[in-house]
Design a protein around this ligand. Structure first.
Ligand code: F6P
Length: 319
């Protein structure tokens, strides 16, 4: 193998740049040429592809976003789109591809694999919702952004003796809500994986007030429903002054944490190792701090599982 390609796709996540750097440097170290595909699968179809050198990935390890840009691409979901993409790669003599992204991006990687094009997936998404890896690139940074925001909200919540509902990202997975809620001592954490009961939430808020608590924090994953609606219901039913903050895309930006930079470097380099070893059709991941790889098709047939022990712990600590 002489020449590989790399793209980032779907929602960006802090640490994607560190992963790009790792792929490029590791590949060049092993005498491979690397081509960057811009704007994800859309750029692949359009042939928006340029050669990357050692210097192309200098001074990016600490930057959020992705220097390759990203996109969500409907056309690549079609057979025609996939064939166009493969033609572009073949035209440039690119023999394998590394895809950094979340579940949608991995579906594209699976399709390329099915068409016989060697592809490796690197999990990059703030949602931490990819099976077969304990962590995805960007999750730790997003978590720290959320915690920083909640700490600040807690100050004003205490001064005004208010209840705060904080909506965080996570359409299908509650990891950001659960981990940030646990790290910030939230009274209640609402996640898409678990049903909630408004009477229980209100009873807990009332118990807290009776005990003299000055503030209450409720973390809601976006997949549960609108934080605004939940906040309104709480205010109406308790008469406690309630405010809502929707954190939104701030969670996707910022300089990656040390943990995300290290994870991205390890996973990016491991993807290249697999290709050098003649392996493809896989995703790389980290499980119990060990680098692992799994068949991408098999991984996509599984569901990310929420850590139930952690969920139980969050409930026990917020009595
Ligand atoms: O998948 C990452 C994610 O940030 C989700 O948490 C969120 O629901 C979604 O992307 C937002 O997507 P968009 O960039 O289309 O607003």
């Amino acid at each position: 193998m002489k020449r590989i390609g790399i793209l980032t796709s779907g929602g960006d996540s802090p640490g994607m740049n560190a992963a790009i750097r790792a792929v490029v440097r590791k590949a060049i170290y092993h005498n491979l040429e690397v081509y960057g595909i811009y704007y994800g699968y859309a750029g692949l179809i359009n042939g928006d592809i340029k050669k990357l050198e050692i210097g192309s990935v200098g001074d990016i390890i600490h930057r959020g976003g992705t220097i390759l840009y990203t996109a969500r691409c409907e056309e690549f979901k079609t057979l025609e789109g996939q064939q166009k993409g493969i033609e572009q790669l073949k035209k440039l003599g690119i023999e394998a591809l590394v895809v950094i992204g979340g579940d949608g991006s991995f579906q594209g990687a699976r399709k390329l694999t099915e068409h016989g094009f060697p592809t490796i997936g690197v999990p990059g998404t703030i949602d931490n919702d990819i099976p077969c890896t304990d962590f995805t690139i960007g999750f730790d940074t997003a978590l720290n952004t959320v915690i920083d925001a909640i700490d600040k909200i807690r100050d004003t919540a205490t001064s005004h003796e208010r209840t705060y509902v904080i909506e965080v990202m996570g359409r299908d997975a509650g990891d950001i809500a659960l981990w940030s809620g646990l790290a910030d001592g939230a009274e209640t954490i609402l996640i898409p994986e678990e049903q909630y009961n408004m009477d229980d939430i209100i009873a807990r808020l009332q118990r807290g007030r009776e005990r003299g608590k000055k503030h209450s924090i409720i973390v809601v994953a976006e997949g549960v429903g609108s934080g605004v609606d939940i906040g309104k219901e709480i205010q109406d039913k308790t008469n406690f002054e309630t405010r809502v903050t929707v954190l939104g895309h701030i969670q996707r930006g910022g300089s990656p944490t040390a943990s995300d930079r290290v994870l991205a470097s390890r996973l990016g380099a491991h993807a290249v190792e697999l290709l050098l070893d003649g392996q493809a059709g896989k995703m790389v991941g980290i499980q119990q701090n060990q680098l692992v790889s799994h068949d991408i098709k098999e991984a996509l047939s599984q569901k990310h599982v929420l850590d139930q022990q952690m969920y139980q712990l969050s409930k026990e600590l917020s009595i």
